[in-house]
Design a protein around this ligand. Structure first.
Ligand code: ADP
Length: 997
């Protein structure tokens, strides 16, 4: 009650946010008249003028010294520029794409500039809204990213909105999956870059596997506008991005476990106030998507697998496999959670109904499903690089997003991303009629009623869009409609290539379209049909016919400058501007007339056949109708047998049935049921949020480590003083560790373990010291204090290092150091990621030991990371200090005298023994002999090698991506042993980042 009263007095938070934006909109409007009178040229000049103003505001601030001050100054300059800059974009929009931003779109643009989420209904023109903040923030010249849900939309939007940016003198790039590194670099160097979340994320990971700054494609994360932000930051955020390669593990266990699962009896769980009674061998909790094996069950499993106690540590692995296999058999259904296509198990996205080829469930689940389906079981992969979308997007200096449906997820956006949501008013009044739910007793009754209703609407020629929650259900409904003789199109995961085209026509007279959830998101449903799409279809058909004739030599294909480019079925086509305009015009008149007829029929009718787990997805479906003041209606048909009711409100439903005593075929319209369903949805949303939070909490632990490792890589590539790191920092840490162990501070010199001391130093630094006074490598342990001993060793090691540098030359030495450090670091990081995976798998078992698994994970992964970084220092020292330079007499050169002698005997040039800068982690135990060269020539050789490697990496990334052109890049990216390494080195993966996999 209070809320409503306060809201009245102060307005809601949303109203207040809007109120603050209104004066800004007025300011934008006040610039319009002046800008209208400018020539195109003068309008374009505004960009340079704005850029100068931003540059002036940040002049004198050193980005490396004071990044925060720089950002603050930049922000103030952009805020001040907003009204005029928005007005310039609006004027450009009017001139080049024929659309003048509506006032509500200016509001949306301002919200985006403020780093918030703009909730704008479907059809409000979010694509155009994005141009405002994108242009404004691009004036800072640091790169703006616009993220879309698929490649098709990235290309379409970049092309369409690119006209505005291009007109104003800004460059636009698109990142799609089949690009070479060079093309990617160019796209990222543009003022504005469009692309999908997967592309941006994978590029980030791949960049952090590179060896040269100049090979990296991205230039940081500055400002980002995420379209369909709920889909990307919430739905997709459940699976992290992973680049992985194969390991050598076997897959026998999956088969062994798989055969015993059908022998197990599914029981039931009866819960009373103070006890839980299980029957059978195992029970399933659909609500929690969990299984519990009973004691009898475990005994049976032990017998079937012919093993001892399943709880013994050596059987933990099998125990885990059994639990996962039960899930694979009983919770994961074919054609619902996954499909089997060409001998592969492909995940169906629960939200969009799309196939996700290449994406794999983790934790052995995918392999268990493969075993169940009897298809080839793929070996476990090991992670090479990984990040969650949450952590990727949190790197942006400023993040913003837009969608039609965000409010239900406000808590998550706030907690995880610190993103506020502001709901904008619609441009025209919303006329959609939202009818109350109709509820039936059984699924069967429901579907027949749905079919009857579709048939009725079809007779009235009102277009209907039917939403289903799975492929299976859309096919079931399609069968019923076929029997009734109602013409319809089915749009589900199996046809997703044509998604946009089909959805675009869903508003035509008498059209019936059955779609899984959010299929075709981002495509506008115009009542009466989309003439733009019809034009595309026509032109492509004509071109294809012409291509056939051309092949037969009948006509010459036309091509040349001034062509109009467009996309159809995700492919790019060209035609002359004239042909395009003609094709669109030929459909426009017909579409207009049909539009009137559809309006008279009541607009688009949305028919939901089940509630989705998330209210947001239901709202998406409803939002398809009633765009820009169009008439429209929506209604959901539900049954008490729907999953949501069955799983989350079973007892409630049965008691309701008793009270109501429903008759077969008679529906009930009940607000009570709708409310109960909404409560169930909220419960599932919370549960899903928890599971995403869980994924994130684990990634957060690794995130700090990833930042440290990637930060160090970056420093190395930027040319940090490596020599200082190696010969001072690392060497002194290693030395003090060795001394602590062999000559502890408290110990008397008599107790020093001199042999162990010298052995360990030899192991790491390759220098053999002895106890005594007679030779240059002797140390007199009887007279030296602990401190003097350390200093003396340290100085001599350093002198040895300097000799190497004198011989090789500083440039070559630095290059060699960098390559060694990067490859050592990458190798260790890869092993660390594998160890972390295992830790995570095993940590669930800690529950038994009364430990919070997350706390245990944090602690152990920290210890592992510390150990890894120590290992990094040692291995780096080992590789570099042990590299030997052999003099003309065949002896290693280790002192200034030897060097002088060697230089005097120039006719016999020295050879290097150790490792030349190879990209793989060098192994000190197998020294390779390089061909004899003079000192100067050696340096030239290094230089040439570097250039060659760079060239190879360029060619490799070009050909590697060409090979992949048919594979869809999704949240899991897998590298085969013989594939090119994703780092772009040009080597096979097994010889580069995949060595030792
Ligand atoms: P959303 O993503 O918000 O659902 P779209 O960006 O797909 O909407 O735009 C919906 C339609 O509205 C497009 O056909 C677009 O051309 C049109 N549109 C958007 N803004 C304007 C405008 N200011 N004037 C005229 N048409 C517009």
């Amino acid at each position: 009650m209070i809320n409503a009263v306060i809201a009245k007095v102060f307005g809601t938070a949303n109203d207040r946010a809007l109120k603050r934006i209104l004066p800004i909109v007025q300011q934008v409007n006040s610039h319009e008249a002046a800008l209208q009178s400018l020539t195109d040229e003068q309008l374009r000049d505004k960009t340079a003028e704005f850029r100068q103003r931003v540059a002036a505001a940040i002049e004198g601030i050193d980005p490396r010294e004071d990044a925060d001050a720089l950002y603050a100054a930049e922000k103030a300059a952009l805020d001040a520029l907003l009204p005029e800059a928005f007005a310039v974009v609006r004027e450009a929009g009017k001139r080049v794409v024929g659309m003048r931003h509506f006032d509500v779109q200016l509001i949306g643009g301002t919200i985006l500039h403020q780093g918030k989420i703009a909730e704008m209904k479907t059809g409000e023109g979010k694509t155009l809204v994005a141009t405002l903040p994108t242009y404004l923030n691009a004036l800072a010249s640091r790169g703006v990213h616009v993220v879309t849900v698929n490649d098709y939309l990235a290309k379409r939007d970049a092309e369409w909105m690119g006209k505005i940016y291009g007109f104003l003198g800004l460059t636009v790039g698109v990142i799609v999956h089949d690009l070479s590194d060079e093309q990617r670099r160019a796209a990222y160097a543009s003022d504005i870059t469009y692309g999908t979340n997967n592309e941006f994320g994978f590029d980030y990971l791949r960049d952090n596997m590179k060896f040269e700054l100049s090979d990296m494609v991205q230039r940081g994360q500055y400002y980002c506008v995420v379209d369909e932000v709920d889909s990307i930051l919430i739905d997709e955020a459940r699976t992290p991005l992973i680049i992985s390669g194969p390991t050598d593990q076997t897959t026998d266990k999956y088969v062994r476990v798989n055969v015993i699962i059908p022998e197990l009896v599914l029981g039931e769980l009866t819960e009373t106030v103070d006890s839980k009674v299980y029957t059978g061998d195992f029970v399933i909790d659909e609500k929690a998507r969990a299984t519990t094996v009973t004691d009898e069950g475990w005994e049976k499993i032990e017998k079937l697998l012919e093993i001892g106690n399943i709880a013994d540590p050596e059987n933990w692995d099998l125990k885990h496999h059994v639990e996962v296999a039960i899930k694979a058999h009983h919770l994961y259904k074919r054609d619902v959670e996954y499909v089997v296509k060409d001998g592969e198990v492909i995940i169906v996205d629960e939200f969009t109904g799309r196939l996700m080829p290449g994406r794999r469930w983790s934790d052995g689940l995918h392999q268990s499903v493969e075993a169940k389906e009897g298809v080839n079981i793929r070996k476990e992969d090991q992670t090479l690089a990984t990040i969650t979308f949450q952590n990727y997007f949190r790197m942006y200096k400023k993040l913003s997003g837009m969608t039609g449906t965000a409010e239900t997820e406000a808590a998550e956006f706030d907690k995880i991303y610190k993103l506020d949501i502001v709901v904008t008013p619609t441009n025209r009044q919303m006329l959609r009629i939202e009818n109350p739910d109709v509820v039936f007793r059984t699924t069967k009754e429901k579907y027949f009623a749905v079919a009857d209703e579709i048939s009725r609407l079809h007779d009235l020629r009102q277009p209907v869009l039917v939403g289903t929650t799975s492929i299976e259900k859309s096919e079931l409904l399609s069968d019923i409609l076929k029997k009734k003789g109602v013409r319809h199109v089915v749009l589900n995961a199996k046809f997703h290539e044509k998604e946009a085209e089909i959805v675009a026509q869903a508003g035509r007279l008498g059209m019936v379209t059955i779609a899984t959830n959010m299929a075709g998101r981002g495509t506008d449903i115009l009542l009466g049909g989309n003439s733009d799409f019809m034009a595309r279809q026509d032109l492509v058909r004509k071109q294809q016919a012409r291509a056939v004739s051309a092949a037969e030599g009948a006509i010459q294909p036309v091509a040349g400058p001034g062509m109009f480019r467009f996309y159809y079925n995700n492919q790019e086509f060209e035609c002359s501007q004239e042909a395009w305009d003609g094709a669109v015009a030929s459909h426009e008149a017909a579409a207009k007339a049909e539009h009137q007829e559809v309006l008279a029929a009541g607009g688009l009718h949305i028919l939901g056949t089940e509630r989705h787990e998330s209210r947001r997805v239901d709202n998406q479906l409803r939002g398809r109708a009633g765009r820009q003041g169009d008439p429209g209606a929506s209604r959901f048909y539900l049954s008490l047998e729907d999953d949501l009711m069955r799983i989350f409100a079973r007892e409630w439903v049965s008691s309701l049935l008793e009270r109501l005593g429903m008759e077969e075929g008679v529906p009930i319209e009940s607000g009570m049921i709708s409310r109960r369903i909404e409560a169930a949805q909220k419960a599932v949303e919370t549960q899903n949020f928890e599971s995403r939070k869980h994924v994130l909490e684990y990634d957060d632990v690794m995130n700090k480590q990833r930042e440290a490792v990637y930060g160090l890589r970056k420093q190395l590539m930027e040319g940090v003083d490596q020599k200082q790191l190696i010969t001072e920092d690392y060497t002194s840490t290693i030395m003090s560790n060795i001394l602590d162990e062999t000559a502890p501070e408290k110990a008397h010199p008599d107790e020093w373990k001199s042999e162990a001391l010298f052995d360990q130093i030899y192991d790491i630094f390759g220098a053999r010291f002895t106890n005594g006074t007679d030779t240059p490598t002797a140390l007199d342990l009887t007279t030296l204090s602990r401190h003097e001993l350390g200093e003396s060793i340290f100085d001599r090691l350093r002198a040895r290092y300097d000799i190497k540098e004198q011989i090789l030359g500083a440039t070559a030495m630095r290059y060699h150091e960098r390559i060694v450090m990067l490859s050592v670091l990458d190798g260790l990081w890869k092993d660390h990621l594998l160890a972390m995976d295992h830790l995570k798998e095993g940590i669930g078992l800690r529950g038994y030991a009364q430990q919070d698994p997350l706390v245990a994970y944090k602690k152990e992964s920290f210890d592992m990371f510390e150990a890894m970084m120590m290992r990094f220092q040692e291995d780096t020292a080992r590789h570099l200090f042990r590299m030997q330079i052999i003099g003309p007499d065949g002896q290693p050169i280790e002192s200034a005298e030897q060097l002088a002698a060697a230089q005097a005997a120039q006719q016999q040039p020295p050879t290097i023994e150790g490792q030349l800068p190879e990209l793989e982690a060098p192994r000190p135990t197998i020294p390779t002999k390089a061909p004899a060269t003079t000192i100067d020539a050696l340096e030239r050789e290094f230089q040439k090698r570097k250039e060659r490697e760079l060239e190879q990496s360029r060619q490799a990334s070009a050909s590697a991506t060409a090979d992949e052109s048919n594979t869809q890049r999704i949240a899991g990216e897998r590298v085969g042993r013989n594939d090119k390494c994703p780092c772009g080195s040009g080597k096979k993966f097994k010889n580069c980042h995949g060595a030792n996999a």
